[in-house]
Design a protein around this ligand. Structure first.
Ligand SMILES: [Zn+2]
Length: 420
C-alpha cells in the first residue's frame, strides 16, 4: 500500500497533556521525578489511564503495572499492532523522555478514531513499568519480563536502596498476580513501534523532523578487579612493584583504543568507575575496581572490540604481574529495526510532507526488548540541543505533534497488514 494516510494532531492539546502529566512530580518544576511505585508514579499512571478511558480505549494492567490501552480492530482475533514507552522519570529529569511515546500514542489513536477509521488489527498503546533503573538498579523491567529477557526469579531478587524486595514494593503499590503472567509469546504483537525523543543533537542540527531508527545499540557492562601488591611508596623500589593503578591506567587506555580502532563508528567504550585501594598518597595501589560500559549497534562488532580489549588486558596483566578478574553485569544484544516498519515510517513521514533520516538509537529503550517478540521500529523527534535527562529537556509542541502524526500513519499501515 502506498500513499499513506495523513493525520492532523492538535499540538497544543498534546502539549497540554504533557504539561499536566509533568505536574505529577516529586521534584519542583521544571524538574520532573517519578520513581517506580511511589505515590507520585501511581498518581501519574491514574491521570494517563483517565485520559485513555475518556478516549474510549479499553484498559488492561498486568502484574507489574505494564498498562495496555486498546483500540479494537475489525478483526479482533488478529495479532494487534503496539506502540508505547514509559512514564517513569529519573530524579531531576524533564517532561518528554518516555511520556511523548505514551501520550503521543494516545493522540495517534485519537486521530485514527477521529478520522472515522476502524483498523483491521487492534492497536495498543503500552505504558511500560520501570524503563528507568532508578529504584531497583535495572532498566526496562516491564519490557524485559514481557519479552522473556529476564527470568521472574531475577526480578524477585531485586531490592531497592532501602533494602525492600521488589515483590513487597509491588504489592504495596497494588499490583497483584504472578510475575510469570507478564510474559507475552512471540507473535502476540504483529509489530511494535516506539515514539521517543532523540536525546541527541542530530535531528535539530540537520533540521530534520523525523528520525527513523534502524538499530538500537545495546550495552554490555563489566566489573574488572585488578589485584597487585601494596607497599610503602618510599620503600618498594620500582623494579619490584606490582602497582594495580598503573595497570588500571594502561587498561583504561587500551579500552579506549580498542573502541577507537574497532572499524565501527558505533562502537563506544567507557570506563566510568575507578576505585583505588587503599587510596593513600604514600601507598602503592594494591587493588583497583573498574567498571566498563561497551556499546555497539552490531553484536559482532561489539564482541570483536571486547575480544581485543580482553587480549590487551591479559597482556598488560602479564607484563605488570597483576591479576585481573572480570564479572559481567549485563550483555544485552542490540536489535535491528524491521525493514517493513522502517519503510512504513519513512512513507508516513513523506506523506505528511516531513523530512526524515535513518539513524541508530544510541540509548536503549523498551523497543530493544520488544524486538525479541515482535518486529520493531522507532520514530524519533528532535531534542533541543540534544539535551535529555535534565529539567531543560525540550521538544517543541509542533515537533511532538509531527511525531504523533507519523506514528498514527505508521500504526494504521501496519494494522491493515495481512497474515496472522
Ligand atoms: Zn526513555
Amino acid at each position: 500500500m502506498s500513499g499513506a494516510r495523513t493525520f492532523a494532531i492538535d499540538a497544543t492539546r498534546l502539549d497540554g497533556w504533557l504539561r499536566e502529566l509533568a505536574r505529577f512530580s516529586d521534584a519542583p518544576a521544571p524538574a520532573v521525578e517519578r520513581v517506580l511505585y511511589t505515590p507520585t508514579d501511581l498518581a501519574g499512571r491514574a491521570f494517563v489511564r483517565g485520559l485513555a478511558e475518556s478516549l474510549g480505549l479499553a484498559v488492561r494492567v498486568d502484574a507489574v503495572g505494564n498498562t495496555f490501552f486498546r483500540l479494537e480492530g475489525r478483526e479482533p482475533a488478529l495479532a494487534a499492532v503496539a506502540t508505547g514507552s514509559h512514564l517513569d522519570a529519573i530524579p531531576n529529569a524533564g517532561r518528554f523522555d518516555g511520556t511523548v511515546g505514551v501520550l503521543g500514542g494516545l493522540a495517534a489513536l485519537e486521530a485514527i478514531r477521529g478520522a472515522g477509521i476502524t483498523p483491521r488489527r487492534a492497536i495498543e498503546v503500552i505504558a511500560f513499568t520501570s524503563e528507568e533503573p532508578t529504584r531497583f538498579g535495572l532498566g526496562c523491567v516491564g519490557s524485559r519480563l514481557m519479552s522473556g529477557a529476564i527470568a521472574p526469579e531475577a526480578v524477585r531478587a531485586l531490592r531497592d536502596a532501602a533494602g525492600r524486595p521488589f515483590e513487597e514494593v509491588r504489592a504495596d503499590a497494588g499490583f497483584v498476580g504472578a510475575l510469570e503472567e507478564v510474559r507475552l509469546p512471540e507473535g502476540h504483537y504483529h509489530a511494535f513501534v516506539e515514539l521517543h525523543v532523540e536525546q541527541g543533537p542530530v535531528l535539530e542540527r540537520e533540521g530534520v523532523a523525523i528520525g527513523v531508527v534502524t538499530a538500537i545499540a545495546a550495552p554490555a557492562s563489566y566489573v574488572l578487579e585488578i589485584e597487585g601488591e601494596g607497599g610503602h611508596a618510599g620503600a618498594v623500589l620500582m623494579p619490584d612493584r606490582k602497582d594495580a593503578l598503573c595497570a588500571a591506567a594502561e587498561i583504561i587506555l587500551a579500552v579506549e583504543d580498542a573502541a577507537r580502532t574497532s572499524g565501527s563508528d558505533d562502537t563506544v567504550a567507557t570506563v566510568g568507575v575507578c576505585r583505588v585501594f587503599p587510596g593513600a598518597i604514600n601507598g602503592i595501589a594494591a587493588r583497583v575496581h573498574l567498571e566498563l560500559d561497551l556499546r555497539d549497534t552490531s553484536l559482532a562488532a561489539r564482541e570483536e572490540a571486547f575480544a581485543v580489549m580482553a587480549a590487551a588486558i591479559e597482556r598488560i596483566a602479564a607484563a605488570r604481574r597483576v591479576r585481573v578478574s572480570r564479572r559481567t553485569i549485563n550483555e544485552d544484544p542490540p536489535a535491528q529495526a524491521d525493514a517493513a516498519i522502517v519503510a512504513a515510517v519513512e512513507a508516513s513521514a513523506a506523506a505528511h510532507g516531513l523530512t526524515s533520516r535513518r539513524m541508530p538509537s544510541r540509548a536503549y529503550h523498551d523497543a530493544l526488548f520488544m524486538a525479541r517478540i515482535a518486529p520493531m521500529g522507532m520514530v524519533f523527534v528532535p531534542s533541543a540541543r540534544g539535551v535529555s535527562h535534565r529539567p531543560d529537556e525540550y521538544t517543541a509542541p509542533e515537533d511532538v505533534a509531527r511525531g504523533a502524526a507519523v506514528l498514527a500513519g505508521t500504526l494504521l499501515k501496519l494494522a491493515e497488514d495481512g497474515d496472522g
